[in-house]
Design a protein around this ligand. Structure first.
Ligand code: GLV
Ligand code: MN
Ligand code: MN
Length: 423
């Protein structure tokens, strides 16, 4: 009697070297080498480089027999048909855009691990009942168009898609225009409506933190994602001559911005070091040595796993900034608010079981970084698979995961996709 292929066969069919080759090939699109020899990637979303990467992915997907489609948010879907084409698909994937000084794994690993898992499922002869789709979400990073996760927020209806239309990049290009250009250039691809309710979503990703490596574990079973709020603060003063204007007559935007950041540091103080507070961008106008600054725009990235802390301290940002002003005025604009996500038991338990069956060690852990999974978890059972990365480093050209770690994540993913899709 011929035995039906199983999820174990699918995991075995994962080809480590193919996955690695593809990661390295993708890493060349937008790739650069730093002075100290690290191979980073700068691949802004909806850019010509992003398009080139998508074309490469589409070529691989078509060669594997997957059906390709794009939605109005330019999310890209690669579909393995199920025995029951009308069943809600199991969805996996991540993003292809990077930070400006990004690495070769953040995001793209989850897309290529998804493709590898699906190819392994096909190669093993597994015929899943549900369709399985691999998705490349548009603009997860928010590096070019802030905030991030606009593709998954649009897909899940966390925000209406039009919310993001007028976001501009550093050159003043509107998100809606960049999206329209992208869709026009991919007009040869079948388009599909925005959004559906997947049966489940599972995303593979490098950990982007130090725990797995430090504890010598293979797989992070992600239980949820801490919440995150982004603000933009604009401090307005007046420009003046740096040599002649007495300090008492100035409206110096830099000085008041510094006072605001000091007050925010006090607001965000956390003796337990759980809270994350980052001012990652600080732009000064007119930005010359011998003029008093007329304007400062700085960003706040604030994260915490507890919804109450996120709400209370986040809601206090505007007042804290206002009170810190001595001569200038300030405006605070909130542009991202992702509530903490708790994945619940379903997908994390499958991830844990798959890892253990494969002889891999695990830790259950929350994610400090946000991911598209944060928004998918609002509409369907969701989970994530973390693999160790060197030194826990991410959002940096030295980001690195070993070929074996990458393959392990894809093996776990292949099993979980089979479990969820039914084989
Ligand atoms: C995602 O890139 C994040 O900043 O957490
Ligand atoms: Mn990512
Ligand atoms: Mn990232």
């Amino acid at each position: 009697m011929v035995q039906a292929a199983t999820e174990a066969d699918a995991a075995r069919a994962v080809e480590r070297d193919r996955l690695w080759r593809r990661l390295m090939e993708m890493g060349r699109i937008g790739g650069f080498t730093t002075e100290d020899g690290h191979e980073g990637v700068n691949r802004p979303c909806l850019s010509p480089l992003d398009r080139e990467a998508r074309r490469l992915l589409i070529g691989w997907a078509k060669a594997a027999g997957l059906a390709v489609a794009v939605d109005p948010a330019a999310n890209l879907f690669l579909r393995l048909e199920g025995q029951d084409p009308s069943a809600a698909p199991v969805l996996t994937g991540s993003h292809m855009d990077t930070q400006p000084q990004g690495g070769r794994f953040d995001g793209i690993y989850g897309v290529l691990a998804g493709l590898e898992a699906v190819e392994a499922i096909i190669a093993a002869g597994v015929r899943p009942r549900r369709p399985i789709e691999v998705v490349a979400w548009t603009n997860e990073e928010g590096g070019r168009f802030a905030p991030g996760c606009t593709g998954s927020m649009s897909f899940t209806k966390a925000e209406p898609m039009e919310t993001f239309d007028d976001i501009r990049d550093a050159e003043g290009i509107r998100y809606a225009d960049a999206l329209a250009e992208q869709l026009a250039l991919e007009a040869d691809l079948p388009s599909r409506p925005l959004g559906y309710v997947p049966h489940a979503y599972v995303e593979a990703h490098i950990e982007q933190g130090p725990r797995l490596e430090a504890e010598g574990k293979d797989i992070g079973v992600v239980t949820g994602i801490q919440g995150c709020r982004w603000f933009t603060v604009t401090v307005e003063g007046r420009t003046d001559h740096a040599g002649t204007t007495p300090l008492r007559l100035r409206k110096d935007a830099v000085q008041d911005a510094i006072r605001a950041i000091q007050a925010l540091n006090a607001l965000m103080h956390d003796p337990d070091d759980v809270l994350r507070f980052t001012v990652g961008s600080f732009r000064v106008k007119p930005d010359t040595s011998n003029s008093v600054a007329r304007e400062v725009v700085f960003t706040i990235d604030f994260r915490h796993p507890d919804a109450r802390v996120l709400r209370e301290r986040g809601d206090a940002v505007a007042e804290t900034v206002a009170r810190a002003m001595t001569t200038c005025t300030a405006r605070v604009h909130e542009r991202f608010n992702a509530a903490p996500a708790d994945f619940g038991p379903l997908v994390p338990d499958l991830v844990e079981r798959a890892a253990r069956d494969l002889g891999l060690s695990i830790i259950r852990m929350p994610s400090g970084a946000f991911h598209d999974a944060q928004f998918l978890s609002r509409i369907c059972p969701t989970g994530m698979i973390f693999i160790p990365c060197r030194g826990g480093v991410s959002h940096h050209p030295s980001e690195y995961a070993t070929p074996e770690a990458c393959a392990n994540g894809a093996r776990v993913l292949a099993r979980v996709l089979c479990d969820l899709a039914g084989v």
